[in-house]
Design a protein around this ligand. Sequence first.
Ligand SMILES: *Cc1c(COP(=O)(O)O)cnc(C)c1O
Length: 475
Amino acid sequence: MKYYDKLIFELSKPGRIGYSSTQKCLSEKAKSNKLSEVIPSQLLRNKSVELPEVSEVDVVRHYTNLSQMNFGVDTGFYPLGSCTMKYNPKINEEIASMPVFQNIHPLQPERTIKGVSEIYNQMDKSLAAITGMKQFTFLPCAGAHGELTGLMLIRSYHMSRGDFKRTKIIVPDSAHGTNPASAAVCGLEIVEVKSNAAGLVDVNDLRPLLTDEVAGIMMTNPNTLGLFERDIKEIATLVHEAGGLLYYDGANMNPLVGKVRPGDMGFDVMHLNLHKTFSTPHGGGGPGSGPVGVSEKLVPYLSTRVSAFNGNFAVILRAYTYILMLGRQNVKMVGPLATLNANYIKESLKDKYKLPIPSVCKHEFVFDGLINDGAHDDVHGATTLDVAKRLLDFGFHAPTIYFPLLFHQALMIEPTETESKETIDEFIKVMRVIADEAAESPAILHTAPHTAPITRPDETTAARNPILAYPLILS
Ligand SMILES: *Cc1c(COP(=O)(O)O)cnc(C)c1O
């Protein structure tokens, strides 16, 4: 255990201080130490709070080292599929931390925050232009929250027309797990539509499902396999003819930005993840922002309130900065470059990793584990988990693994457009080295990572019985 692995409380020494403010900074009352005159006595503690007593250098080292025990997009390449871990430009942070934005309060009179309203207006216009939707609400605070909001809008639409039978929602088997989950939370019954051999929604399987009980269909396009649903126009016509609406999961809009618009494909409602496609940070459960856009006929239902005030403004502000910094011309390059990068990796590695769907992909694609060279089965060779763990030794975050569920050894890779060719080449080189290690000396993969502070936790136990309190032993 390194000394900085200790909690800051364990570094504490009575009387050690980091900084002492001069008496000059204190008010007369505080100087005379009559705190009860400043703070009502019933609010005062009766014993002093047990804060760690540490020096400034202890604090700096502690938190700097702590920050380096994790892997983030600022420390290395993070090709996590279905997640769009693009670089988050620092200008976004700078703008979001400006006092003029930091110090506003949601209960402030609206006339005092006209600038903020204008930012919402402009974001609405930009997102409408990018997606082909008519209008957006910025209340939802995550992608899944946007899905729920969108589904509630679909329900309101049918209900307001007296169409109460429509309680079923069609979800493809390749969908992101939040789709069926949000539908269930919304009280809808989920009907699964199968993918065909090419990994696309099977229109023949869809047709018989389109009854007058169907509220709509939820789709991702490109879907979770990174494939563009070519039949989307036909699907839209079929669903609309059956009286249903089309929901678009735009969490990963990245590959389409500047190229194709969900509104033009026939979608009625969609959400975007600003914390993916629009370069605001994500991970760790938020804060995020999942604005929901609707076509003209759903605008009247958009007033549904799903969160307090105006959503996560600081996230919206970051995305606004990102869009302005890119500008109209460069925004058009996001999708094509993200797509080029993904295809480049796919083609460079397909002789070492199994590629179940060989067609041109969009922003991401899926390998199904290593190509078994015949000399090794899964036990003696290496699994997808081994590859993922070994990548950390080389300074790369793993791709998404064991998702989508359609493949047993799924490795889902999404490089995004923000990586240089040099970084991508290095990743390809390392993936090839790991594939060779798996064939020649798989033991090195089974025990990886060799450099991380925590290597192979029992993930099931960690998820089911998380130990969230540290047993603190103070000397
Ligand atoms: C990330 C993601 C979501 C969920 O977004 P959250 O903000 O995590 O709730 C939904 N659908 C797809 C396709 C995603 O990639």
